[in-house]
Structures are given as C-alpha cells and as structure tokens.
Design a protein around this ligand. Structure first.
Ligand code: KG4
Ligand code: ZN
Length: 357
C-alpha cells in the first residue's frame, strides 16, 4: 500500500511517499521537507500568514517531486494523507485542501491525519513497535507524555502547563541574541559554557505526575542575564549551559515519573519513544537514555529527519489508518486544536500551550 503524505501545519512544507507492506513493515520512498526558516528568521518566530503563503507557493512542486522521487505516479497511490491539525490554520487549510483536490481528481481515498498521531506512530515503522508504548513528544509546539495504545487511541500522562520545551529553547535563544530556531544555537553555545555558574530553577521537579512547566525558568534566565549585562560570549555560553542543564534535569525527572506511571498501568515490554525536534539535543538524549536504562525501559529515538516535522510520518499514519479502513470524507475540516487524548482535561492557557499542548 502506497500513501502520499502532505504536512503543512507549521513552518515546514513537506511531501512524502511511504509504502506499507501487509506484514506491517514500511519503506520511505521519498521524504521531502522544505524549511521556511529563512522567511521567518527576521521576525524571530513563525509568522502564520507568511507560512500559509509559502506553503501555497511550494506545495504543488513538492508533491510532484515527492511522487517523482518515489518513482511512482498518482494512479499507483492508494490514498492521500494530509495533516488536518493541530497547527496554524492557514497552513493546515493549504495542505488539506491540496490533498482533497488530489484525492478527488485521482479518485483516491483521503485520510485527514492528526499531526501528533504522525509523531506518535513514527516509531512503529522505524522500530516495528507494537502497542502500547510510552511517547515523549518534545518540539516547538508540544511537550507531553502520551501512552500510544493503538491507532487513534491515546492516553495523556502529562503535558506542559505553559511553554513547550522547544519554545523555551527558542525564547532563551532570542533573549540571548542567538537567533531562530534557538534549540541548536543554545546547544552549540552550551558546549563552551559552565552549567554550574547559574543556579536556575528546575520547575515541577520531584512533584507527582508528569507535567512540565518552563515559563518560570525562562524568567529566571532573563533575570540572571539582566543582572550581569552587557553579556560577553562566555556569559552567553554559561547561561546556555546552565539553562540546558536545568531543562535536562527536568526532562529526566518527568520521564522517570511517566515511566513509573506507564509500568504501573500497562503490561508488556517497557519502551520509551522520544520524538520532536528537541529530541535532537544530545544532552537530553543522554539523560533520557540513562533514566530509561535505570528503569528497565528501552529508549527508541527515530532518526532525526523522521522525528522532527516531516510528511513521511503523515503518510505512515495515513497508511495505518487506511489499513484499518479509517478514511475521511472530502468534507473533513482543518482543526487548529486537536488533542490526542480527548478524555484528558484541557490544558488551559493561551498561545502554543493552549493550541498545541
Ligand atoms: O519537531 P520540530 O521540528 O517542529 C515542531 O515544533 O513541531 O521542532 C522544532 C523545535 C524548535 O523549537 C527547535 O528550537 C527545537 O525543536 N530544537 C532543539 C534542537 N533542535 C531543534 N531544541 C534543543 N536542542 C536542539 N538541538
Ligand atoms: Zn511536530
């Protein structure tokens, strides 16, 4: 079964073709991601209107290139899958409408995919995991622990009550004049810094549950920076190292709690999957690996190009849904908010924490 996937929920335009075999194995036939980072860099973050227009301009050619790269024609595709939410509504509408048009013109089924489900199911085709498993999703828009019980079946164990972790990295970078996206810049600067120079808070550490909070840490970082301004390069490196050490401690502690919750409630092999752009962070990966092995969990970290935003994960989620007969009508709507676990109480707040957490 071959599925064309389209992703346009934030600042990456992406198209991919994935082949799923009957035994559940998969091959990525093409996986194209066009970053809009340069369009948004001058603004220090993603501008929704610019993102939507950039998706419109790029998507047709990108879909054609993904099909060509996969050596396949539209006629040989079994379904068209597109991200329908959560995310920036303008971009979602561009991708979903394009997918509907292709599906209608080619007479193929449409699958409207939850972007978070795309992240959540990626480890199924990279590592052939069976359900259930524990997922830590840490990206620019999301920070949450979710038990992936099945296709469309999720149980949230914890999530951020304010900023997402990637967002915290981006804000730290902006504060220190390091540019956007901030995560890689903070990690790079941290390598030259002293993580013990600034005693930054570790929000929620040792508290019950598996929620995150990063906004107090952001404020503490700002105050520490203001107290010693103007900042030398070494000051910036030390602030980055201290910030990264704090969030790494927090992630390890929260993961320990989530793993305990998972082990208490679910039988079977204990697996922790980490996905999202922040999973690129070496310090966080090392801490998670240590914490997982301490608790008898296997840590699965899909390759970076499949765990940051991409369309292969959307095509794969589409293939999993198609295999279960779960397709959508051409009336499917784009949804800016679409939590994975519909039974979990809403996380109150504004901005990224409300829309994406
Ligand atoms: O998953 P992703 O590509 O897009 C979404 O947000 O959905 O994640 C991007 C986020 C950004 O906030 C970026 O700063 C962060 O991941 N990030 C990192 C690193 N690389 C990317 N954060 C910390 N360390 C990194 N090396
Ligand atoms: Zn994402």
């Amino acid at each position: 079964m071959r599925v064309l996937g389209i992703e346009s929920s934030c600042d990456e335009t992406a198209a991919a073709v994935v082949e799923r075999r009957d035994d559940g194995s998969a091959r990525v036939l093409s996986n194209l991601v066009l970053s809009q980072v340069r369009e948004h860099a001058a603004f220090g973050g993603v501008v929704p209107e610019i993102a939507a227009r950039a998706h419109v301009e790029a998507l047709d050619d990108l879909v054609a290139a993904a099909l060509a790269g996969a050596g396949t024609r539209l006629a040989d595709i079994d379904a068209v899958a597109a991200t329908a939410g959560p995310g920036l509504i303008g971009g979602l509408i561009v991708g979903l409408t394009t997918a509907k048009a292709i599906a209608f013109a080619a007479g193929k089924p449409l699958v409207a995919v939850n972007h978070l489900e795309g992240h959540a199911l990626t480890a199924r085709f990279t590592d052939r995991l069976s359900f259930p498993y524990l997922l830590l999703l840490v990206s620019g828009g999301h920070s949450q622990f979710v038990v992936v019980e099945g296709v469309g079946e999720f149980r949230r164990l914890g999530s951020t009550i304010d900023d997402a972790l990637g967002e915290a990295f981006d804000k730290a970078a902006k504060l220190l004049g390091l540019g956007y996206p901030g995560g890689p810049a903070v990690e790079e600067a941290a390598k030259r810094g002293d993580p013990r120079r600034f005693a930054l808070p570790r929000p929620l550490i040792d508290r019950p549950g598996a929620d995150f909070s990063f906004s107090g840490l952001k404020t503490a970082l700002r105050l520490a920076a203001e107290a010693i301004a103007p900042l030398s390069d070494q000051d910036i490196a030390d602030l980055c190292a201290s910030f990264q050490a704090a969030v790494t401690n927090v992630v390890a502690d929260r993961a320990a709690h989530a793993m305990r919750m998972f082990a208490d409630r679910y039988a079977g092999p204990d697996v922790l999957v980490v996905a999202g752009g922040v999973a690129a962070n070496e310090a966080i990966r090392v801490a998670l690996r240590a914490e997982a092995s301490r608790r008898g969990f296997r840590l699965v970290a899909p390759p970076l190009q499949l765990c940051s935003d991409n369309a292969a994960m959307i095509a794969w989620a589409g293939a999993e849904r198609l295999a279960l007969g779960l397709t959508d009508s051409l009336a499917a709507a784009a949804r800016p908010r679409w939590p994975l676990d519909l039974t979990a109480p809403a996380v109150l707040g504004s901005g990224a924490k409300g829309a994406k957490a």
